[in-house]
Design a protein around this ligand. Structure first.
Ligand SMILES: [Zn+2]
Length: 78
């Protein structure tokens, strides 16, 4: 199990996501950004827009995804 924060995934806060894989924490961050957007949190809006843009632009989106996976792999286990 590893921990990655909202901030480590491009967001503005220190909310911690726990997961066994990079996909787990990336999906958790996606959910977190959606929830913050739904709650009207403007601080998370830029990160939420970037997350949306990544699905629209597969090439640059994939690069971000690979970077996030590498950073996750470099983290120590909890
Ligand atoms: Zn956050």
């Amino acid at each position: 199990m590893k921990t990655m924060t909202c901030k480590q995934l491009g967001g503005p806060c220190g909310y911690a996501h726990h997961g066994e894989s990079a996909d787990d924490v990336i999906n958790a961050q996606d959910r977190h950004l959606k929830e913050m957007e739904a709650a009207g949190d403007v601080a998370h809006q830029p990160a939420r827009d970037e997350m949306k843009a990544r699905w629209r632009k597969p090439v640059s989106g994939l690069r971000w995804y690979r970077d996030a996976k590498r950073r996750f792999a470099d983290l120590p286990d909890d």
